[in-house]
Write a protein that binds this ligand. Structure first.
Ligand code: 6PG
Length: 256
């Protein structure tokens, strides 16, 4: 069962001088990965990340890369969502709608958002888990292999809504769970580690000095993964690429 942390996956770190260069490199990678997937399997399944970092990437995909992607073959999911309606300023879906989805020719049937409006977070997670299982035609115990999962990383080393010490970190069989986040006194809905670690490719986007200490802890220390959950994302058969800017990489030792 996936979800353990194998050391076999390939991990690439690309340090770009500025945030803009980071977003341009990430956009190129998305386009390349998408066209590869469509060429090989006829479609491209991507799980989007939330927060603020990916906004510039989504804007680039909607403008410079708008004609480089077969949008009708692209299927959008989210790696996590706040426990709010899709119209809420905190909603990851709303952010993606504003920066990307409203600007590209994608059918609503290609977009699978997390139903954060459900007052019962656990029920929202269960509903989304069924959506993913149905789309990928999964049997119980199977995990989806997304072509690409985009992830961010918080200054505490969390990714998706897998926060340090939170219950979801120990989930090994569910695909999607509601995860109580003590520091925000709220639930989030998130993919579990087995789903992240079943991806064909994971791309982290990390920008800014406030992420530097956590990035060092995740990439170059033996701190426990429970404390820095991004450390636990190591797809068994997939690849991981870290797009980081010089500010976020300022505490990495280049000798490694
Ligand atoms: C979310 C994200 C979360 C995010 C990190 C980094 O729902 O907020 O999924 O994991 O990627 O918190 O956020 P920033 O990009 O805003 O720094």
């Amino acid at each position: 069962m996936r979800g353990e942390v194998p050391l076999s996956s390939s991990v690439e770190i690309r340090t770009l001088t500025t945030p803009q260069e980071l977003f341009e490199a990430a956009a190129e990678d998305v386009v390349h990965t998408a066209n590869d997937a469509v060429g090989q399997r006829g479609c491209f399944t991507i799980a989007l990340s939330g927060g603020s970092t990916p906004k510039s990437l989504y804007n680039l995909l909607a403008t410079n890369a708008r004609t480089s992607l077969p949008w009708d073959r692209v299927f959008f999911f989210w790696g996590d969502e706040r426990h709010v309606p899709p119209t809420d300023p905190e909603s990851n879906y709303r952010m993606t709608e504003e920066t990307l989805l409203s600007k590209i020719p994608v059918a609503a049937t290609n977009v699978f958002r997390i139903p954060g409006e459900n007052p019962n977070a656990a029920a929202a997670a269960e509903a989304y888990e069924q959506t993913v299982q149905k789309f990928f035609g999964l049997q119980p115990g199977q995990f989806p292999s997304f072509d690409l999962i985009l992830l961010g990383m918080g200054p505490d080393g969390h990714t998706a809504s897998l926060f340090p010490g939170s219950a979801a970190l120990r989930e090994k069989s569910r695909l999607v769970v509601a995860n109580w986040v003590e520091k925000f006194r709220t639930s989030r809905i998130t993919f579990t580690l087995p789903v992240l670690n079943a991806a064909r490719r994971v791309a982290f986007l990390v920008s800014g000095t406030e992420k530097a200490a956590a990035l060092h802890a995740v990439l170059q220390s033996d701190a426990p993964g429970e404390q820095y959950p991004s450390k636990l994302v190591r797809p068994g058969d997939g690849s991981v690429i870290w797009f980081v800017d010089r500010a976020a990489a300022s505490e990495l030792s280049t000798s490694q």
